[in-house]
Each structure stands twice: as C-alpha cells, then as structure tokens.
Design a protein around this ligand. Sequence first.
Ligand SMILES: [Mg+2]
Ligand SMILES: [Zn+2]
Length: 218
Amino acid sequence: MSDPRESSSGESGPGESGRGESGRGESGRGMSGVQEPDKVVILDRDGTIVIDRGYLDDPRGLEFGPQAAEGLHWLHSQGYRLVVITNQSGIGRGYFTIERLEAMNARLTAMVEESGARLAGIYYCPHAPEAACDCRKPAQGLLRRAAAELGFDPAAAVVIGDKESDIEFGRRAGATTILIAAEAPPAGSGARADFVAPNLMAAARVAASACARRAGPR
Ligand SMILES: [Mg+2]
Ligand SMILES: [Zn+2]
C-alpha cells in the first residue's frame, strides 16, 4: 500500500507514514569519528527534544527543551546516531498538513545541526489514534523501518521519551528506556522505564553508561 520511494516533496498519501529523512548537509559534517552500528538513540520529539506545545504547527514554535541541544551534541560527539520517532496525529486530526510537518522537520534538522549534532532520520506517524495504524507509538512500525533503513538492532538501542507510550514503545522492542521527567513517577505507575532523567543531557549520560555496561569489557 505504501510507496517506498523517497517522498521528500511531501506527496505522501494519507495512508502512509513519514519517511525517514537523512539530515541535510550530510556530507563532510561528521566530526564524530567511528560510528558503531548499534550506538543508536531513538528520541521522541515533543517534550523530549523540543518544548511540547501541543499539536505545534509552526516551525518557528520549535524550541529546544532544557539541556536538549547540549544532550544531542554530546551524544553525537560520542558517536551515537540520533533518530527521531514522533507521533504527529495533528495531521490525522486535520490540524495541520504533511507539508507543514515537513517544514518543521527541516527546521528541527537545522536546529540540531546548529547545536553541533546531526539527525540520522526523522520518522513520524501522521495518523489519528482511531486509525489503528502500525506506526503510532507504542506500535513498532516506525522503529522497524528505521532499523531496516539505517541498519541497527532495535534491542540494542536506547529509547528516550517523556511519555509512558514512549517507554512502552521501547520496552516492546527490548531497548533500554529512559523517561525524561522532572521527578521519578510513583512506583507501580504504568510502563516502567529503565531510567528516569530530568533532561536530555542527563539522559544522554545515562544512555552512554547503559550502553557501556551492555557492551561490557572488550
Ligand atoms: Mg513527547
Ligand atoms: Zn501511524
């Protein structure tokens, strides 16, 4: 049903989820040294990288959350590939268009590059919850696609998000999960994250130590 060809001009049909987009200015940017295939961090967008403005439809409204630019830069400098996977049901609900989201993706890509990092891809689900698609987090469709296109093992990735659905999304994949939250949620509430961090920089440090522990001594 969905056409796998590149759809950067925004001609995606309504039944189709967003295509991963390699960051602009891909060539010659990398200062990050050798990238190991499984050093991958999957990031939610709203409330994780940028301030959650609720169905944001304007690229100018994108603003890094506390310590987010620093966290992205640091992860990039440590050789992690950064992949955004985001639910954007504002499209399916008719609040804004795919073209609008593509403009926001371009702005986000530029902001991340200004911070000294780079996104390996932005994947989005445009559907309303009622569509029961296979790409709205916590469903695994976008993660499967990212893993296939970028070549990594989802179970070896770290998933960072600010909602229970992000944590459930990561857990289903067998990934390490980090919840961004000002304080730890009460015990026994919903999907349990492996770690809780107050901002993206703190989460980045946690991600790296979790990966190092998983990799073990060489
Ligand atoms: Mg979020
Ligand atoms: Zn979807």
